[in-house]
Design a protein around this ligand. Structure first.
Ligand SMILES: [Zn+2]
Length: 158
């Protein structure tokens, strides 16, 4: 039985996220809720792990396989800056949905690949738009365009 599981980090790079920072458990719940609401048809066919990674300037999220060769886990990593409550939930949700789309389209998952390249022909955007998610994508893109550069200037470099 495969499932979405919580990654337990042994190190935390940045601690000053104030009270009630987002953690990996919160992240897992976001993923489960988004999957159930917008990808009800998607089978979680291996162990899927989501975690905050190191704070990064440009990369918002990524998806890769774990180390095991046989039936490898899938690991989604979300920018560590997103633990900060200053970043709106919808930015993180849009990032999770982007990586979950890669999973559904066979990138670092047991599902068959639908394209030669992960972003071929706007594959991610089209999938999310088909699932009624164009609003959150636009909201997230706009917020990042307006705020991200300044946020990094103020907060990167820990
Ligand atoms: Zn992508």
């Amino acid at each position: 039985m495969f499932k979405i599981i919580t990654f337990r980090a042994n190190t935390n790079r940045r601690q000053d996220f104030g009270e009630n920072p987002r953690d990996n458990k919160w992240l897992k719940n976001q993923l489960i809720n988004l999957k159930n609401r917008y990808f009800p048809d998607l089978e979680i066919a291996n162990n899927l792990i989501i975690k905050f990674g190191r704070p990064a300037k440009t990369r918002l999220g990524s998806i890769k396989h774990g180390r095991r060769r046989e039936n490898p886990n899938t690991i989604i990593t979300i920018n560590g800056h997103f633990q900060d409550r200053e970043i709106p939930d919808f930015v993180i949700d849009a990032t999770i949905l982007h990586e979950l789309t890669h999973y559904s389209q066979g990138w670092f998952s047991p599902h068959p690949r639908q394209h030669h390249y992960p972003h071929q022909g706007r594959a991610v955007k089209n999938e999310l738009t088909d699932r009624g998610l164009s609003d959150i994508l636009m909201l997230s893109r706009k917020w990042l365009k307006r705020n991200w550069r300044e946020y990094i200037k103020q907060n990167h470099g820990y």
